[in-house]
Design a protein around this ligand. Structure first.
Ligand code: SF4
Ligand code: SF4
Length: 386
């Protein structure tokens, strides 16, 4: 299948205009479903569609459960009470390795085959910050001058069911304002006791749910939803002050903080692999051994890897660990904030949990902020209002 840029943009428009019809509020329809009926809904959905949901695969050294998004074939396969998956859902849209094109050589001629086809899937149980991360990837990969048809094919063919949850102690998505989400999903479920409060955001979700018993929310349900949101908001134990962080990063470009954390960094790239919004990649071409064909592949990469800034001729623009670590933070919290008016980090702290060197955004950002605030002891403060 080949899509022109015009075709891609038409797809993008369709993706975002696929709204349900019926009683709406801001384009969203709200319903309530009993948990027993929700189980019937999920069982029917996963029976008829390739589906993925959180499943426990192991325990970590602290004894905490480790979850991944894996194939599910029934409601009971899904760990609805999971906290966060170790790796994010981005790999359904940005696989670690992806074939971009394939070449075949015939005598003096050659042809190129590009395949954007992708099978529809259902993703169940995404947390608000993970859906926000997809919205950020949409901004980068669909809303720029050159939308990615590879990403679009997968995004368009994925039915996303989001679910709210109480945060892990180290989640700081509230600080990043990603503890709730309004777009980027087909269906979002809020747990209000014996029932789920459903936010229906696509005609597909609306039509699926038509076959099941749902009802319009009553005042009491709305109150229970507000209570649930309050409970979630008040349950955050971690906070990161990101106020004016882009300008603090500007000021602290030469801060010793980068060397301090850079000296700990192992340059393993794990943080970028588990991060739901890191999308840097390299492109590689490999030839068939008989030289009759070749493939071009995209491979996710990390700006922390030693050779990330190596250019032709072998010069490395960022040979120091601290410089590479710094640029990752600058991309997350400075460069993207300037270009897209938001920081790219959603506050899931996957990078912090996965880092073997104990580096996490909360400590790095707090260090930078302390560095900035220490200068206040050396200057007279601005006069207050008189
Ligand atoms: S910050 Fe941690 S996870 Fe990231 S490259 Fe350095 S050691 Fe690896
Ligand atoms: S930088 Fe870390 S905390 Fe922020 S979105 Fe990526 S993995 Fe999550």
């Amino acid at each position: 299948m080949y899509l022109s840029t015009k075709g891609i943009l038409a797809f993008v428009n369709e993706l975002y205009s696929s709204k349900p019809t019926g009683k709406e509020c801001d384009g969203m329809i709200y319903k309530v479903i009993s948990k027993a009926e929700f189980k019937r809904f999920i069982d029917t959905l996963v029976l008829n569609n390739p589906s993925f949901g959180p499943r426990q695969v192991d325990s970590d050294i602290r004894g905490d459960a480790v979850y991944h998004f894996l194939p599910v074939t029934s409601f009971d396969d899904i760990a609805f009470d999971y906290t966060a998956t170790a790796s994010s859902a981005k790999h359904f849209f940005l696989p670690f390795r992806e074939e971009l094109s394939r070449f075949a050589f015939h005598g003096q001629d050659w042809n190129q085959h590009i395949n954007y086809d992708t099978n529809p899937i259902v993703l169940i149980g995404l947390r608000p910050c993970d859906i926000s991360a997809l919205n950020i990837l949409d901004d980068v990969l669909l809303n720029g001058h050159f939308p990615s048809p590879y990403y679009l094919g997968k995004r368009k063919n994925t039915f996303v069911i989001g679910m709210d949850h109480l945060p892990r102690p180290d989640c700081f998505c509230k600080s990043m304002n990603h503890h709730s989400v309004q777009t980027g999903f087909n269906l979002f479920c809020s747990d209000i006791g014996e029932e789920y409060y459903l936010s229906i955001n696509s005609s597909k979700a609306f039509n699926f749910l038509k076959e099941f018993n749902t009802r319009d929310p009553h005042d009491e349900d709305n109150c229970r939803l507000v209570e649930r949101r309050k409970l979630i908001s008040n349950s955050f134990l971690s906070e990161v002050d990101v106020t004016a962080l882009p300008s603090i990063l500007d000021i602290e470009f030469d801060s010793p903080v980068w060397e301090k954390w850079g000296n700990k960094c192992l340059s393993c790239g794990t943080c970028a692999m588990v991060c739901p919004t890191c999308y840097c990649y390299s492109v590689e071409e490999s030839f068939a051994i008989d030289l009759n064909g070749a493939t071009r592949q995209k491979r996710l990469y990390s700006c922390n890897l030693v050779d990330f800034a190596v250019v032709a001729g072998g010069h490395n623009f960022r040979p120091k660990n601290g410089d590479r670590l710094k640029y990752r933070y600058y991309h997350q919290h400075r460069g993207f904030a300037e270009n897209a008016n938001q920081q790219i980090c959603v506050g899931c702290n996957r990078c912090g949990r996965a880092c073997l060197a104990g580096i996490n955004p909360k400590d790095v950002i707090n260090d930078l902020r302390m560095e900035k605030e220490s200068c206040l002891t050396n200057v007279s403060l601005s006069p207050g209002r008189t």
